[in-house]
Design a protein around this ligand. Structure first.
Ligand code: NJP
Length: 225
C-alpha cells in the first residue's frame, strides 16, 4: 500500500498507474481532487485507489493522508513524496512569494511527508520512503533556487537513510532529468516520459526486502547537463 503525493499529474500519476499494475493499492494526494477521483476510478475504484485532497505544505493534510491509508487499507508500506514544482532561473526572477511557495512545497512539504509516514514505519520496523529529487539536486544549475530545493531533498534522502539504517526501512531518491510533464510550460527538446520515471520507482519498490536502492538518476539521451 503506497501513498503518492503529487499524484494528480505527471510523474505521480504515471507512477500510480504502474504501481497499480504491479499490485499496489494506493492513496493519491494532491490539491486537484477532481483529477485524483478520475485517476482512482481509472485504477479500479475504492478497492485499489482512493484520492484525498492534500496540500503538502499543510501538516494536518499530510497526517490525514497517511491516516487515510491506515483507515481505508489497514496498512502503509511506502510513501512516495513527489509533489513539487519549478521556477524560472535567475535570482531576480519570480516573486519572493513564489519562491516561498516553492520552498514550502519542495522542501518543507517533502519533510512533512517523511514525518507523516516515519512513525508508522518505525513501529513496523520496515517501510519505504521514495523522494523525487532531480538531476538539479545533484549538480547546481545556474541561477536556480529550484536546484537548491532539490539539493535539500537529496540531503533529506541521505540523512533519512542514515537515520533509519538501524531498521529495515528503505529510502530511495529518484533523480530525473527533463521529463515531459506540465512541470514545463513548453516541452523541452529532449525529454523522458513520465512513465519512464514511473518504471524506475516501481523497480525500487519491487526489490527484495533486503535491497535498498538509494538513488536512481535518469536522463534522457542527449541531455548534456
Ligand atoms: O510535474 P507536474 P512533474 N500540495 O506539474 C502537485 C520533479 N521533477 O510530475 O496539487 C500538493 O505534472 C501537483 O498537484 P496539484 C518535480 O520537481 C520533475 O514533472 O493538484 N501537491 C501535481 O500533482 C516534482 O517534485 C522534472 O496541483 C502539490 C504535482 O505536484 C516531481 O518531479 C524533473 C503541491 C506536479 O506534477 C513531479 O513533477 C526533475 C502542493 N502544495 C524533477 N504543489 C521534470 N518534469 O522535468 C504541487 O528532475 N503539487
Amino acid at each position: 500500500m503506497i501513498v503518492i503525493t503529487g499524484a494528480s499529474s505527471g510523474i505521480g500519476a504515471a507512477t500510480a498507474r504502474r504501481a497499480a499494475e504491479a499490485g499496489w493499492r494506493l492513496v493519491l494526494g494532491a490539491r486537484s481532487e477532481d483529477r485524483l477521483a478520475a485517476l482512482a476510478s481509472e485504477l479500479g475504484g475504492d478497492e485499489v485507489a482512493i484520492g484525498r485532497r492534500c496540500d503538502v505544505t499543510d501538516w494536518n493534510d499530510q497526517q490525514a493522508l497517511a491516516a487515510a491509508a491506515l483507515d481505508h487499507f489497514g496498512r502503509l508500506d511506502a510513501m512516495f513524496a513527489n509533489a513539487g514544482f519549478g521556477a524560472k532561473r535567475g535570482f531576480l526572477e519570480e516573486t519572493p512569494e513564489f519562491w516561498r511557495s516553492m520552498i514550502d512545497t519542495n522542501v518543507y512539504g517533502t519533510a512533512l511527508s517523511i514525518r507523516a509516514s516515519l512513525a508508522h514505519f518505525r513501529n513496523e520496523g520496515r517501510g519505504h520512503v521514495v523522494l523525487t529529487s532531480s538531476v538539479a539536486g545533484r549538480r547546481a544549475l545556474p541561477g536556480s533556487l529550484y536546484s537548491a530545493t532539490k539539493w535539500a531533498v537529496t540531503a533529506m534522502g541521505e540523512g533519512l537513510r542514515q537515520e533509519v539504517s538501524d531498521s529495515d526501512i528503505r529510502v530511495t531518491l529518484i533523480e530525473p532529468g527533463a521529463v515531459d510533464t506540465p512541470f514545463f510550460d513548453n516541452r523541452p527538446e529532449v525529454a523522458l516520459e513520465a512513465d519512464d520515471i514511473a518504471r524506475a520507482v516501481v523497480f525500487a519498490l519491487s526489490q527484495p526486502a533486503h535491497v535498498d536502492v538509494n538513488e536512481i538518476l535518469i536522463r534522457p539521451v542527449r541531455q548534456p547537463s
